[in-house]
Ligand binder design. Structure first.
Ligand code: GLU
Length: 608
């Protein structure tokens, strides 16, 4: 088996060498592919000395590791990881989706925005029925209607022009090799294919993800994706134009516009004109355990960094930091946050989510309150918000009025979101990235772009369902995050880089999938490491919790029953449910780095 995969790797490497520049010293080796488990699998945490890469799938992590080992930069490794994720974790992210990337170059933090855009022909009626009412969520998701113009590849190209060390084409070798030689279907991929009601309706996806008898492909079988390999070869050779123009672009448009029941409006011009953007990151000070940190995250169109920053900032105006952890249920929970702390956290979260619904949207279309997004993180404003927290739950928080100038949007109702993948990398020069990448829902719009007579392809996102389906409230007041042509939908993704405020040194890179719950998963990991002194793995392992300004959510079977009872006594409507985060984080340590990966998913960390 080992010999065969090596031969496949060698043959493919030679093929790649024929049409793409080989980086000296880089020859991708297909690793052994153990079968991952789904559910909750304890992870050890990984210490490294010089560099580290953390991603949601072992093959993706390994591709990043091999690139770093060959002298690649953190950006180079991120590109290789993303391409392999698109193949082995297609339910979460890929070339048909979008991403946000924070990069630290040893001096400055830059934010790269590869968020999808609404086609030029889309308008605020996109998700409305003829009677003017919003359609059911999945009626919007499945088909061409929800597909935004993809941005991940163009964004990575932009970052690579600035920070790439290895040739662009080299970074596609791992994914091309695995797509042509085959990769083992993971337990998680199998589980999600089995559970999905919509994937089978797309003939290309049906032929790829299911056997001829209609059952999902089994865990551990080798799956090849030659159609995807062809597209990767084009992008490797031509850059993002290989995706945004020419025959691949034509295939995307045909898929979106040609959907039999739910077509979309994307055109070739939308694809050709897509522009990634560099934005100023949101950075704010944070004090924990007497130490001053600076936390940087993605600005709008993501709501992630602002909401995480608001929650942490509001908590710092309460006595949360003085509260001890409580006893958890049996291992692996260990110590868990106490009911009193959870009360403060979820109240802070309610306040943050009320502002998020009111104010957050694409900054190219939406005015920030008082002309500046930082008004939402103003220490005086957060102190004022914290004063609204009492002994009993407020249950439903109202948005505040940060700064002097009011903006008048209607709040956006809560909508479901799932999927996504997070990558953290530090290279041996100390450059770091935090990148969260998504096709929105699991398997996105359930539309696979293929090629006649060739098996496989790649999935298109449903990112436009991150817009508010309803463009206005009942009085006709517009929602900030309504659909408009060329606009980016509001996100919750929160790739985060933490620094020591005094020295400016990197402290941590991290982030998570999980829709709006990303905000809580990320805040939990920051609190666990910075306030409770946990290592990244321990903080990730902590049970999940949160509130999106509705019920108080607790990860099921992870808290003692007394926790829910104590919260109910304070007026919380408690729901215990599955909360599958997919956190990855890398911390700087005195001897190098320490990485953690979420026990709820298949991620691992590698490094030297
Ligand atoms: N589309 C979501 C966002 O950008 C992420 C979806 C998820 O993580 O499941 O916020």
């Amino acid at each position: 088996m080992k010999t065969r995969t090596n031969i496949v790797a060698l043959a493919t490497a030679l093929l790649v060498a024929g049409c793409a520049t080989q980086a000296p010293g880089f020859n991708y080796t297909v690793p052994a592919q153990p079968e991952g488990a789904s559910g909750y699998t304890e992870k050890p945490g990984w210490a490294t000395r010089k560099f580290a890469v953390a991603a949601a799938n072992p093959l993706a992590t390994d591709a990043g590791y091999q690139i770093l080992k060959a002298g690649g930069s953190a950006i180079d490794a991120a590109i290789a990881v993303q391409m392999v994720l698109a193949l082995v974790e297609p339910q979460s992210s890929g070339i048909g989706g979008g991403a946000f990337l924070l990069h630290y170059n040893g001096k400055d933090v830059e934010a790269f925005d590869g968020r999808e855009t609404a086609p030029a022909a889309a308008d605020e009626k996109l998700f409305l029925l003829p009677d003017g009412k919003p359609m059911a969520f999945y009626d919007g998701v499945v088909g061409g209607r929800s597909v935004g113009v993809p941005g991940a590849v163009r964004m990575l190209e932009m970052a690579h022009r600035q920070y790439g060390k290895l040739p662009w084409s080299t970074l596609f070798q791992p994914a091309i090799t695995l797509a042509e030689g085959g990769f083992k279907v993971s337990a998680r991929l199998n589980t999600l294919v089995t559970a999905d009601a919509h994937l089978k309706k797309d003939p290309v996806a049906a032929a790829y993800f299911f056997k001829s008898d209609g059952a999902p492909r089994d865990v551990g079988v080798s799956l090849r994706n030659p159609a995807f390999a062809e597209v990767l070869r084009k992008i490797a050779a031509e850059g993002s134009r290989g995706l945004h123009e020419g025959e691949v672009a034509q295939a995307i448009v045909a898929k979106v516009q040609g959907h039999p029941t739910n077509p979309g409006k994307m055109t070739l011009a939308d694809l050709a004109n897509y522009q990634p953007k560099k934005r100023v990151p949101i950075c704010h000070d944070y004090k924990a355990s007497g130490h001053d940190y600076r936390i940087c995250g993605m600005p709008p169109p993501s709501s992630g960094a602002i909401a995480v920053g608001q929650i942490l900032g509001i908590l710092n105006n309460t006595n949360a930091a003085t509260l001890p952890l409580a006893d958890g249920v049996a291992s692996p929970a260990g110590k868990v946050p106490s009911a009193e702390w959870l009360h403060l956290y979820t109240e802070a979260a309610r306040l943050a989510f009320a502002d998020r619904a009111q104010y957050l949207g694409d900054p190219d279309f939406v005015q920030p309150p008082s002309g500046n997004w930082m008004s939402l993180l103003d220490p005086g404003y957060l102190a004022q918000r914290a004063r609204m927290i009492g002994a009993q739950s407020m249950r439903l928080a109202r948005p505040g009025t940060p700064g002097a100038t009011q903006v008048s949007y209607a709040p956006m109702p809560d909508q479901p979101e799932y999927g996504t993948s997070h990558i953290s990398i530090v290279d041996d020069a100390g450059n770091a990235i935090a990148m969260t990448t998504t096709i929105e829902d699991q398997f996105g719009a359930r539309q696979m772009v293929g090629k006649a007579g060739v098996s496989g392809g790649f999935l298109l996102n449903n990112e436009l369902t991150d817009f508010s389906f309803a463009p206005t409230d009942a009085e006709g007041k517009p929602v900030a995050n309504r659909v408009q042509p060329g606009k980016r939908p509001r996100s919750s993704m929160a790739p985060t880089l933490v620094f020591d405020k005094g020295s400016g040194q990197l402290v941590m890179s991290g982030g998570s999938p999980g829709g709006a719950l990303i905000i809580h998963y990320t805040a939990k990991t920051l609190y666990g490491t910075l306030n409770w002194g946990m290592n990244a793995q321990q903080a990730i392992n902590l049970p999940n919790f949160g509130s999106n300004n509705g019920p108080t959510l607790l990860e099921e079977r992870r808290f003692p029953s007394a926790t829910a009872e104590a919260l109910r006594a304070r007026g919380h409507e408690v729901r215990e449910q599955n909360m599958t985060s997919g956190l990855q984080a890398i911390q700087k340590t005195p001897s190098g780095y320490f990485g953690g990966a979420d026990p709820r998913r298949e991620g691992v960390v590698l490094g030297d």
